[in-house]
Design a binder for this molecule. Structure first.
Ligand code: 13P
Length: 385
């Protein structure tokens, strides 16, 4: 007899057990490793805390230093990082982690304490940038992938011994009429997943950073759509690579209009677009969201973070900052390479750390009196970190 066409189809014949049905047949991490990773991630994004990204490569810090006419010598780089890391204890409840560049991990303060010890003494977790920068994807419209997988396991083992408990790897995606391409999306998702896997094997919490650049004249909607597509691909790849999400952090761009977009949007609109994109694509198991500032001014980055944390949509993860430029711009300017300005410069950094600590709890009230560079755009076209 014939079944009416509206009824359910007959059950599919039983399929043999395969790897899809037994995702945990070969566990990637022991329960002890998972606990350590989860504990580290939670310390970094504890209530009121975010990350100081001080991991500018030698080439990137050169641009920062040249903006204040300071020569890019190893001693000047050490001195400036010391200024940041020795800011007084008011920053301790604000900074859960500090990301360093390789060279800085092995520097010491004037009092001979290693920077690793200086940072840990203030209750923060030490992080290390482990990617080796962006390289072109041939045959694309200027798109890139990020290199640095070769030897990464060995470097992670060494960095862990030397005091690093988390890492960062930045990938970049560009919005234009025909980008990001499918190739750029899947290649960058996969390289982030492979990096995260290697980190977790060494009990280093991976910060996964797929930055959708703010360059372009696209509107908020387009940035939201691209961010959703990119993040969905990233979490598919992390799943395929058996990443333990509870022991990982995401460092995304906020959803903002392109830098050359003529339409202006309120912080509430940016927050709604950002939280919508994240809720659609980032599993609740992820330990935290730590935004990059991406060329926003210091004050703008704080106001947006605050609006995101006041957004009426539920957020299942802590949502905080991992700012480079937006924590350092006023500080750098106040320092200006002058020893007698160190205290003033530290005050500027502390001001931003306190403001962002409030913002990551949705408690920031703009005072209108920012630091030396608070309202200044920190946008750098096609930014390489
Ligand atoms: P910005 O906050 O200056 O964008 O940098 C953060 C960072 O670490 C980018 O990789």
């Amino acid at each position: 007899s014939h079944l009416p066409s509206t009824s359910c189809p007959p059950p599919a014949p039983a399929r043999p057990q395969n790897s899809l049905k037994m995702p945990h047949q070969y566990p990637a991490l022991t329960p002890e490793q998972k606990k350590e990773l989860h504990d580290i991630a939670q310390r970094i994004v504890a209530t009121g805390k975010g990350i100081l990204a001080a991991d500018e490569s030698t080439g990137s810090i050169a641009k920062r230093l040249s903006s204040i006419n300071v020569e890019n010598t190893e001693e000047n780089r050490r001195f400036y990082r010391q200024l940041l890391f020795t800011a007084d204890d008011r920053v301790n409840p604000c900074i859960g982690g500090v990301i360093l560049f390789h060279e800085t991990l092995y520097h010491s303060a004037d009092d001979k304490r290693s920077f690793v010890k200086v940072i840990k003494d203030k209750g923060a977790v030490v992080g290390i940038k482990v990617d080796k920068g962006v390289v072109p994807l041939a045959g694309t419209n200027g798109e890139t992938t990020t290199q640095g997988l070769d030897g990464l396991a060995e470097r992670c083992a060494q960095y862990k011994k030397d005091g690093a408990d988390f890492a960062k790897w930045r990938c970049v995606l560009k919005i234009s009429e025909h980008t990001p391409s499918h190739l750029a999306i899947i290649e960058n998702a996969n390289v982030l997943a492979r990096y995260a896997s290697i980190c977790q094997q060494h009990c280093i919490v991976p910060i996964v950073e797929p930055e959708v650049l703010p360059d372009g004249d696209h509107d908020l909607k387009r940035c939201q759509y691209v961010t959703e597509v990119v993040l969905a691909a990233v979490y598919k790849a992390l799943s395929d690579h058996h990443i333990y999400l509870e022991g990982s952090l995401l460092k995304p761009n906020m959803v903002t209009p392109g830098h050359a977009c003529s339409k202006k949007y309120s912080p509430e609109e940016v927050a709604m677009a950002t939280v919508t994109a994240l809720r659609r694509t980032v599993p609740p198991a992820v330990a935290g969201i730590t935004f990059l500032s991406g060329g926003q001014s210091e004050e703008e980055a704080t106001i947006h973070l605050n609006a995101i944390n006041k957004c009426p949509l539920h957020r299942p993860w802590p949502v905080t900052f991992s700012y480079g430029r937006a924590l350092q711009a006023s500080c750098l300017k106040a320092w200006g390479g002058k020893k007698e300005q160190v205290k003033n410069a530290q005050e500027e950094y502390i001001k931003r750390a306190l403001a962002n600590s409030l913002a990551c709890q949705g408690k920031y009230v703009a005072s209108g009196q920012g630091g030396a560079a608070a309202g200044e755009s920190l946008f750098v076209s096609n930014h390489a970190y």
